[in-house]
Every structure is written in C-alpha cells, then in structure tokens.
Design a protein around this ligand. Sequence first.
Ligand SMILES: *[C@@H]1O[C@H](CO)[C@@H](O)[C@H](O)[C@H]1NC(C)=O
Ligand SMILES: *[C@@H]1O[C@H](CO)[C@@H](O)[C@H](O)[C@H]1NC(C)=O
Ligand SMILES: [Zn+2]
Length: 491
Amino acid sequence: MISISVFCLLLCTGASAFRFEELTQYVNTHQDEFVETLRQWIAVESDSSDVTKRADLHRMMDMTAEKLRLIGGKVEMIDIGTQTLANGSSIDLPKVVTAQFGDDPSKHTVCVYGHVDVQPAKMEDGWSTEPYELTDLNGNLYGRGASDNKAPVLAWIHALEVYKALNIDPPVNVKLLIEGMEETGSNGLEQMIVAHKDSFFSAVDFIIISDCVWLSKRPALTYGTRGNCYFCAEVEGPKNDLHSGVYGGTVVEPMTDLIGILDKLISSSGQILVPGIREAVAPLGDEEWSRYQDIEFDLQSFKQDIGLTQLMYSNKVDLLAHRWRHPTVSIHGIEGAFSSPGTKTVIPAKVIGKFSIRQVPDMDPAVVEKQVTDYLHSVFAKRKSPNKLNVTMVIGAKPWLADPKHPLFDAGKAAVKRVFDVEPDLIREGGTIPIARTFQDVTGKSIIMLPIGGFDDGLHSQNEKISRRNYIEGTKLFIAYLYEVSQIKKY
Ligand SMILES: *[C@@H]1O[C@H](CO)[C@@H](O)[C@H](O)[C@H]1NC(C)=O
Ligand SMILES: *[C@@H]1O[C@H](CO)[C@@H](O)[C@H](O)[C@H]1NC(C)=O
Ligand SMILES: [Zn+2]
C-alpha cells in the first residue's frame, strides 16, 4: 500500500512539475533564431512620431499579430480610431494587438503589456551603426527599439513559443496587449482599456509591464514611477516686442517678472518652496530606507556618466530617494525669449516659462495645480507688476506605486533567483509611465514592472542596444515568471 501511494504522489506531482531545464535548454539552442526575429523587427521603422512612417507602423502591428497567431494565440486587432494632424487632416492610429493563450478558469490569468513603436533615429544623430539594421557587436544587439521595447515584447512571445514547442501547457493563462503609440503618449489606449474593462480585462488577475530597465548589472523589479505636472507660466506686457534702448528703464519687463517668479519655485539646495507640496509627500519609513540601502548603485559612476563632480546629495539613500520618491521642480525653458545666437537688444512682450514637478505619492495633480497657481500669483502680486500672469497646468500624470510585498514581487524574486541566482533589486523609476497608473485606476488589478533591459541600454538615445545576455536570459526569466505566478495562492 505504501509503495502505491508513494508512486501516486510521484506521478501526480510529476504531471505538473516545472520542466525548467528543458525549457531553458530550448532557449539556448534556439537563441540565434530569436536574435534573427529581433533583426526583422528592428528593420521596421515603426516610428510613431513620424506620420510619414505610418505604413511601417501598421506593418509592425501586422507582423506582431502574425507572430502571435503562428504560436497559437487567439489574436484580435482592435481599431482605436484616428489621429488629427496639425494641418487638420487625420490618419489611422495603429491598431492595438491583443492575444490570448489559454482560458483555463482554474489558472491565474496575466496580462502582459508592451509596445512595438519606437523613437525616431537617424545615422546623422550620431549612431555608430545603422539604427534600423540590427548590429551584433561584443555581445550587444544594437538597433532602434532593441531595448525599448521590441526585445522585451519578443522575449514574452518566445517564452510562450518555447512552452508550445515542448508541448507544455503554460502554467497560467496569458493575454498580451501590444500597442503602437507609446512613444507619443499612447493615443487612444486609455479609451480602449476603459471600453474593454469588462471583457478583455475581466478575467485578468495581474498585469505585467516590461517597459523599463535595471538600475545596475543586477536584475531588478520595479514597484513605482513618478508622475508629472507640467506648467506654463505666461507673463504678458506691452503689445509688441520693444527696443531696450528706446524703452528700457521705462517699462516693467515681462522677462524680469518671469525670472523672478520662477526663481521662487525651488531653493538652491533643492527644496521646493511652493507651500503644501513637501508636506503632502509620504514619509520615508525605516523599511523603505533599508530597502534603498540594499540596492546596488554606484554613485561615482552615476556622477561620471553625466560629467559632474558634485550631485545634490552625496549618499546613496538620499540620492535614490530624491530620484524616485520625492518631488522636484525642473525648469525646462522660456518660449518667446530671444534664443538665437547674437546680441539682439529686444524686450520680449510676452514670455512663457515652462516647468514641471515630478509627482509622488501622496500628491494629487489637482491639488498641485491649485498650490502652484495660487503661490505664483501671490509671489507675482508682491512684485506689484502691471503685467498679466497666467499659469496653466498642461499635463497632470499621476505617479504609480505598488506594494513590493505583494506576491507578484515574491514571484519575481523567485524567478530572478532561478535564472540569475541573485536577489533582484527592488527599485522605482524617477520617470513617468502613465499607462501603469491607467491600468491600476481603470482595471483595479495588481501590477508589476518586470524589466529585462540593461541600465546602459540608451533608450531614446543614440546606439540603443540590448545585450544578447539580457535578451536570452530575459526570455528564460519570463518563462520562469509564468511558473512562479502560477504558484500564487488564489484568493
Ligand atoms: C497634412 O499633413 C500630412 C502629413 O504631413 C500630409 O500627408 C497631408 O497631405 C496634409 N494634408 C493637407 C490637407 O494638407
Ligand atoms: C490662460 O491660458 C489658458 C491656456 O492658454 C487659456 O485657456 C486661458 O483663457 C487663459 N486665461 C486668461 C485669464 O488669460
Ligand atoms: Zn518604452
């Protein structure tokens, strides 16, 4: 009797054992094919900001759909309408590609988000190799969109392909949502998510975004992003620009007013001077402090990379905290100012100062808008200027923050450990990925960001790349992650 039940135990658990070795072996022996597919994808100039490339972008979405169909996905291409151009004519937005693999109600369902459009790239921008020809050099795969976001999307697709090739049922149901307008602000996507909240998203348990990078050579899991409130402060004076020789000394100059109020936004030591903003920021707890302490981050090379000898903070925890979880003010430019070379002696009649405040929990963009507007008006009033000030907030993107103790992150740690044999860093992003917050607000699902890109991949920059190691081991990471997520208890 005993031997029979032992046999049954082996057999029963054997049926669902995770055949990780076989799966990774398949990745190893097929890695050149995976690089070849990336080469074909990089060859498509799917630049969403350039309307003359729209046909390429449509072709990119078709290729994505075709690839997903080939590996057995139930694919749909969802029309998300048109885009109105500056000259009033309109063109089709690239369709959103969705695909479904499995619909077993006893399994979890994850939704993977990615995008296959890219930033512009030209040889003249200073690339060392043709941006749309994948170049395999010293272990790196160079090409526009390599890391952002074509290789991560392909790594997910290949992860599913490997399961299928070995006739292994993926341990969770997988849905993919791939868009083609991310680089220009995900036009039409929020409406699509809202419209499909009770259909496509209803069975989804978790959402995974792989559209970011590690902080160092160590793999990372990302649990937060900052938001952004972008402002225009317009100061208007005389009806035309004036000659400083003729009018200088007789008028209160709009530019002087603008510089005066912009200077009151932030102190030289980085303190935001707008009342109420610092008070709204969630305090840094001991646990968060020690999490930052554990992160692998080289302050010295961070400094060297940007060519500075001194940063605002000289220790790692303060620097990371101010990069990720404190707000800051950046002044970006002044429109209407004389900005070409030369020595024109003009008094600009109207100038618009542009600045933004990176948002963190628990700030609220609507509150920030009022705080900044009221404050700038009160600072302006003290100047007793006859000019007119108009402050408007033109972008109000919210931050996103997940609980790094959520089981999704435990699954991430287990998958990283399995593939890389290290503990991942738990990091946040200083930048904004608005879609994360949209997913959270609209669907209410838990989200994890699971990057495979390297810290030095050069997203949006010249010579963008992903290393072959990150691409191939990243594929294994996704294979492992699907298994680890399946181990999360249903609740
Ligand atoms: C508007 O601009 C687009 C893209 O530059 C161009 O293809 C189109 O012909 C223009 N339409 C009109 C009415 O000028
Ligand atoms: C301020 O600027 C905004 C945006 O340009 C405009 O809609 C609004 O009418 C302006 N308000 C005043 C008082 O000029
Ligand atoms: Zn991206």
